[in-house]
Each structure stands twice: as C-alpha cells, then as structure tokens.
Design a protein around this ligand. Structure first.
Ligand code: ADP
Length: 362
C-alpha cells in the first residue's frame, strides 16, 4: 500500500537525507523526492540506518526507476518450463510467503541464477515470482551499471540493496549478470568495474547470511552477443556461482510450449481458428525458435489476412473486421520467411555444456 508511482525527478544531489526528511531542509526539494524518501522513513521520521549514508538522488533513482511494485506477469502466462516453475515455487515462493516455516535447515538459498538463450521467459519468471510472492520487484541491467553509471555503479548497488532491505520481501532481478561478474584477466579489468564487482559480492554475502527476505535473481544470457567476446559461460565468477546456489537452465520452448504460445496469443485477440493439424505443422517448422521469436511470428502471421484484404483492393480506412479471413497455416509459412530464429545451434551447445557442469538438475 506504500508504493509511490514513478515520477520524474530533478536528479540532483539533494544533500543530507535526515535533515530533508525531517523537513528541516531546502523547501525547493521536489515533492516526489520528499515522498519517496519519506516513504522509507520509520515512525520516528528518520531514515533506516542502512540508507543514511547514501546519496538521496540514488535512493530516489532506485525507488522511482528500478522498483516496480506490480510487474503484472502471472504464472499462467508462461508456457512450458514446468521444472523451473516447480523449483521456483519451492525455493522462492513458499519461503517468501511462509518465512516462519522456512527457517534453520529449511532456510532457502537467497540467490537464483536463470541462464539460457535470450527470449525464453527468464524475465517473465522473475516478474511472476514477485507478483506471486507479493514482493517488491527491483529490476536492474548489470550492463547499465557499467555503461550508464560509470564510476557510480558501486554507490547505486549499495542504494539498491539498501532500499530493497527496507522494502522486504523483495526480489532483486539482475539482468545480464555475466557482464558484471565474469572472471576477467586482471590487467584488462578496469579499476571501477573491479570495485563494482566487489561491492556486488559484498552485498550478496550480506543478505545471504542474514535473515532478510531478499531474493536475488540473476539472469545470464551467457552469450557473446550480450557480453563481449571475452565472456564465456565458464568465466562466470566462481564467487558469484557460489552465491547463486540454485542455477536453472531455461531452455528454448518445447513443441508443446510453442503450440501453447500460438494458441494463447491468437485466442486473446479472438483470432484463433487453426486446426490441430495446422498447429502441429507450425510447431514442426519452428524447431529452434525462442518464446520471443514465437511471439514475433504470431504477430507477423496475424497481419497476413489484412495484407490479403488490401491486395484485393479494399482501402485500409474502409476495411471491416468481417472483410478479413482467419489466420491460416499459409500466413505462418509466409511469416517464417521473415521471422528467423534468433538463437544459433552453436550457442545452444554452450548452454548445454554449462548446464551439465553447473546447472541444478531436476
Ligand atoms: P528472457 O529469457 O530474455 O528474459 P523474456 O522473459 O523477456 O526473455 O521474454 C520475452 C518475451 O517473449 C516475453 O515478453 C513473452 O512475450 C515471450 N516469451 C518468452 N518465453 C516465453 C514463455 N516461456 N511463455 C510465454 N511467452 C514467452
């Protein structure tokens, strides 16, 4: 109930937090900033200890840009991935809902690594977890820490973990963690990125040993495309692997999952008229497509009937819904020429190898 919707801020450093929050500070301070900091204060009007030495603009950035109280993805939106969902339920959702039971030897790991090709539902899982466990969701892309927040990434990481700790239960979702926590040759490693990496590991260690209800979900696409040629899966830092106790492989969708995605997307728009045979045919032709490729394919195929109607000379402004025929197998066959799979076979081999070596098995 305490959520403050994102608001634009002036982004400046507003100085000492305690005095601002207590209302003794600068009156020109924007309302959004006041509210966002005030929300984090205890009943005494003071900021929690952990936030006192942090720059207010960073706390504000975390609260307004990184925090998302309603990620709006449900379990049922995710096709397939039964094993991953079951593990997540046991490891994450139950403990977040019943911390009183999950103590001692039942206490869960606090770090979960989801790895696999891009576009397979890893972010969806992260968002569904937060929704399901009624936790505050924080999303950050690790590559933005190194690119956008040059020299400040370390401070932002402190602010992120600090605010999360005041917003428990919390799920911190770190995209492209391999760009941050890879083992790099020390000569090639920039001093600031080394400090950032150290800070990150310190924060992870901190909440892992405590009783805080914070879960870190990290995504590693583990692909050269994402994180530069030097980064191979086996280079994900050993220290990082140790903290991410559960490591789940999120593979490309099976034929059933692809079929589910097609049906679900078309049904949502009342466009589903395909026969079982047609669907089977499409699934055969989409071996190797990711969930995100499937979505793009369905989008393109659903425009097929519109293209046809226009070809017959009907003007777009005069076009009635009834003028359009249903989406057919032929539309999908045409779209398959345009929408190609985004993951190569070569890449898949790398994921399988990494999974065999470090993945949590069923
Ligand atoms: P990533 O694995 O790169 O985090 P996302 O979770 O962001 O991928 O998925 C991108 C989009 O692809 C989603 O918004 C969704 O539309 C579609 N998608 C991917 N995987 C699935 C899936 N398993 N079920 C349903 N839709 C999916």
């Amino acid at each position: 109930g305490n959520f403050v919707p994102p608001m634009r801020s002036n982004g400046g450093n507003v100085g000492n937090i305690t005095s601002r929050v207590a209302g003794k500070g600068d009156d020109t301070l924007e309302d959004s900033t006041k509210t966002c900091l005030e929300m984090l204060c205890g009943p005494d009007g003071e900021l929690p200890e952990k936030l006192r030495n942090l720059e207010p603009r960073l706390i504000e950035h975390v609260s307004n840009e990184i925090m998302d109280r309603d990620p709006n993805v449900r379990w049922d939106d995710i096709a397939g991935l039964e094993h991953a969902k079951k593990c997540v339920m046991e490891m994450v959702i139950w403990p977040l809902l019943r911390p009183d039971i999950f103590r001692g030897c039942r206490s869960p790991g606090k770090g979960l690594l989801l790895f696999g090709p891009p576009g397979t539902g890893k972010t969806m899982i992260g968002k569904a977890i937060a929704g399901e466990a009624k936790a505050t969701f924080f999303y950050i892309s690790a590559s933005s820490l190194t690119s956008k927040w040059i020299g400040e990434g370390e401070k932002l990481v402190r602010a992120l973990f600090g605010v999360a700790s005041c917003r428990q239960p919390a799920v911190i979702f770190v995209d492209e963690i391999d760009s941050l926590l890879s083992q790099r040759k020390s000569e090639g490693e920039h001093e600031s990125s080394r400090r950032l990496k150290t800070q990150f590991l310190i924060e992870m260690e901190g909440f892992d040993s405590g009783s805080e209800q914070i879960l870190l979900i990290a995504i590693a696409p583990l692909s050269e495309h994402y994180s530069g040629a030097t980064n191979r899966p086996q280079e994900l830092d050993e220290a990082a692997r140790r903290r991410l106790t559960k490591r789940l492989y999120i593979p490309l969708p099976s034929s059933e999952a692809r079929s589910w995605i097609i049906r679900n997307l078309l049904e949502k728009d009342g466009l589903f008229k395909l026969s079982e045979e047609d669907i089977k045919g499409i699934c055969k032709l989409t071996e190797g497509y990711s969930g995100s490729d499937m979505k793009n394919l369905v989008k393109d195929a659903s425009i097929g009937p519109l293209r046809d109607a226009l070809k017959q000379g009907i003007e777009i402004t005069k076009l009635q819904k009834e003028d359009m025929r249903p989406v057919t197998l032929k539309d999908f066959e045409n779209s398959l020429k345009e929408v190609r799979p985004s993951v190569s076979l070569n890449e898949l081999g790398v994921y399988d190898e990494w999974n065999n070596q470090f993945g949590s098995l069923a």
